[in-house]
Design a protein around this ligand. Structure first.
Ligand SMILES: NC(=O)c1ccc[n+]([C@@H]2O[C@H](COP(=O)([O-])OP(=O)(O)OC[C@H]3O[C@@H](n4cnc5c(N)ncnc54)[C@H](OP(=O)(O)O)[C@@H]3O)[C@@H](O)[C@H]2O)c1
Length: 227
């Protein structure tokens, strides 16, 4: 068995109750939401920040049980799972600086948004998808596009019934593991297929944001499980 397969198999056989070390790269809204949620599930969180000693990062560490902070590459090196909570248009450069992530799960909530004007208009900032770009940068890691279709507040305080979030990724076991964590956070998920489909979920957000600011008829898009 190759080392990365070995690690993933170990992760999956022990199940969702196993405490993992999670590097949450980025300390903004999504980093805070997912970092505190993973900590509430008794995982060990290391925030990966450009400024691990800043007042903002220290305040986040203080409100997250059993958490620490380090520079992004150090946090990723010490973790089993990496969460990319950084602005979409810097994702490629951030992941290129994270070192060897072979065998690790990368959870990718990013959206490639270019924002201009007032009221703002949003355009899709890549010719592929960030999910695919991250997977290409780390071909031996298991990228799961997740959490990019819901607001950070819903990650912390999900309504009933919970929002269903799409998971896209090429490794079924990694998606199953992320689905377990999603359920443990009080959310729901559906497997929408390979990482190629990340572009559809990312583009959806561009459409929804434009609609929320400038659309004449407002709408919402929801994923619904069909039995
Ligand atoms: N906001 C939402 O509700 C939401 C929901 C779903 C998905 N998303 C997506 O999730 C990602 C993070 O969103 P967010 O709302 O958490 O963003 P945010 O509040 O702006 O935080 C992003 C964090 O990324 C880090 N970062 C690293 N390199 C950076 C750079 N060059 N410029 C700025 N920040 C940099 C910063 O942490 P340090 O200063 O500690 O390095 C920053 O706090 C985005 O791709 C977004 O599209 C957002």
């Amino acid at each position: 068995m190759r080392p990365r397969t070995c690690f993933l198999a170990a992760l999956l056989f022990v199940g969702a109750a196993q405490a993992e070390t999670i590097a949450v790269v980025g300390t903004g809204n999504v980093g805070m939401a997912l970092g505190t949620e993973f900590a509430a599930l008794e995982h060990t969180v290391i925030y990966g920040s450009r400024n691990p000693e800043s007042e903002k990062t220290r305040a986040l560490v203080d409100r997250t049980p059993n958490a620490t902070a380090a520079l992004p590459a150090e946090a990723a090196a010490r973790a089993d799972v990496i969460v990319l909570a950084v602005p979409g248009m810097v994702t490629e450069s951030v992941v290129s600086g994270l070192g060897d992530l072979s065998g690790k799960i990368i959870i990718d909530p990013t959206n490639p948004l270019i924002v201009e004007g007032d009221p703002p208009t949003f355009t899709y900032g890549t010719d592929r998808s960030l999910g695919e770009i991250v997977q290409e940068a780390h071909p031996d890691a298991f990228v799961v596009k997740a959490f990019n279709t819901i607001n950070w507040q819903l990650m912390i305080d999900p309504p009933t019934p919970p929002p269903v979030i799409p998971l896209a990724g090429d490794n079924a076991e990694a998606k199953r593991q992320v689905a377990e964590w999603v359920r443990a956070m009080g959310l729901d998920s559906v497997d929408v297929g390979g990482i190629y489909h990340a572009r559809a979920t990312e583009y959806l957000i561009v459409m929804l944001l434009n609609n929320s600011f400038t659309g004449s008829e407002k709408f919402e898009v929801v994923f619904q499980r069909v039995e």
